[in-house]
Design a protein around this ligand. Structure first.
Ligand code: Q9C
Ligand code: ZN
Length: 347
């Protein structure tokens, strides 16, 4: 199986995330990508390729150009005004602030701008963030090109992740929604419907939002129930899409302690929906934070479940564009990814 990866993605290297109002060491570290790479290299069944530059047009096809502009400028603006080595917002554009008054206009100061574009306090901007976020999209799009050229499955080792970013905001360790950019790219190039299977522990609120009103992109997600799990405000079972997109969103929220068996049953439900949907390619948002030892998830999955999950996903018979999202238990992250990919590859 071909793997697309760029070292530029390591340039996003924040120290902290603010949780409970306290700056704590972040879980979303460059070593995540290095651990995955090592496991794939040790396996020997994977061929590494660098991405090619795809520019901002495919990003702006799903994201607000203002978000792209902000992320491109944020660090250089910040460092002319503040001493802090990492950029965090302190005020957010809560929807109630301007209720009944019409939309806000984008503020001028970098701090206020960050509160306009960001929805939480866990996604620091540091000097290399924009370059890394752009590289992650290039990884996804280069992998998509390989599918378009005839590969049956390709793995894009994306980092930072992307599925929490909606059209006009970023957060949840994510900047650009690489899976959404790639799914839209595939849909415009093939003219076919595209299905997205999101198996990260967290609901992919960003991907859901981007495609919520579209009938030609199916979004299916298995995740920790939002009653207890981040991102809290989305991912409920009754969110099924709207307008033309009604019926093209399927959320399967799961209980804490979810076992291999329960998980694979839910996966089968998701895969059945994908099987009934058209198109030749499934974009997989692959998160390994479902693992039993993950520090921020609460499922009980074991490594063999990933082999079964990969196998069942491939058995739907579509091309697979597999893109990395979360997964924070460094000692087993690589083997879990390799096991999923091996399962899909049927070797
Ligand atoms: N106490 C991804 O896995 N932290 N993003 C939640 C709650 C943010 C995860 C902690 C989790 C973001 C791509
Ligand atoms: Zn996650």
């Amino acid at each position: 199986m071909r793997v697309v990866y760029s070292e530029t993605q390591l340039m996003h290297d924040p120290e902290h995330e603010v949780q409970f109002g306290i700056p704590l060491p972040t879980y979303e570290v460059p070593a995540r990508a290095e651990r995955i790479l090592e496991a794939l290299e040790a396996d020997g069944g994977f061929a590494l390729t660098d991405p090619t530059e795809h520019g901002t047009a495919p990003i702006e096809a799903v994201h607000d150009p203002g978000l792209v502009r902000f992320l491109a400028e944020a660090w250089s603006e910040w460092r002319t005004r503040y001493e802090a080595p990492e950029m965090f917002p302190d005020s957010f554009l809560h929807p109630a602030l301007r209720e009944g008054m019409g939309p806000a206009t984008e503020p001028k100061s970098p701090l206020a701008r960050m509160g306009y574009w960001c929805f939480e306090t866990m996604t620091a901007i540091v000097p290399g963030s924009y370059a890394a976020a752009r590289a992650a999209v290039d990884v996804a799009l280069t992998a998509a090109d390989m599918i378009l050229a005839g590969d049956r499955m390709v793995y894009g080792l994306c980092r930072p992740p992307g599925h929490h970013s909606p059209r006009a905001a970023f957060g949840g360790y994510c900047f650009f929604n690489s899976a959404a950019v790639a799914a839209h790219y595939l849909s415009t190039r093939t003219g076919e419907p595209v299905a997205i299977l999101d198996v990260d522990y967290h609901h992919g609120n960003g991907t859901q939002q981007i495609f919520y009103q579209r009938a030609d992109v199916l979004y299916v997600s298995l995740h920790g129930h939002p009653d207890r799990a981040y991102p809290y405000f989305t991912g409920f079972e009754d969110e099924c899409g709207a307008g033309l997109g009604e019926g093209a969103t399927l959320n399967l929220p799961l209980r804490a302690g979810c076992t291999d068996e329960e998980y694979l049953d839910a996966l089968d439900r998701g895969l059945a929906a994908i099987g009934e949907f058209g198109g030749s390619t499934v974009v997989v948002s692959l998160g390994m934070d479902t693992y039993g030892q993950d520090p921020i998830g609460d499922f009980a999955l074991t490594t063999p479940a990933y082999g079964a999950a990969g196998r069942r996903t491939a058995a739907v018979g579509r091309n697979l564009l597999i893109l990395q999202e979360g997964g924070y238990h460094l000692p087993k992250l690589g083997i879990n990814v390799a096991t999923w990919l091996r399962g899909a590859d049927g070797r």
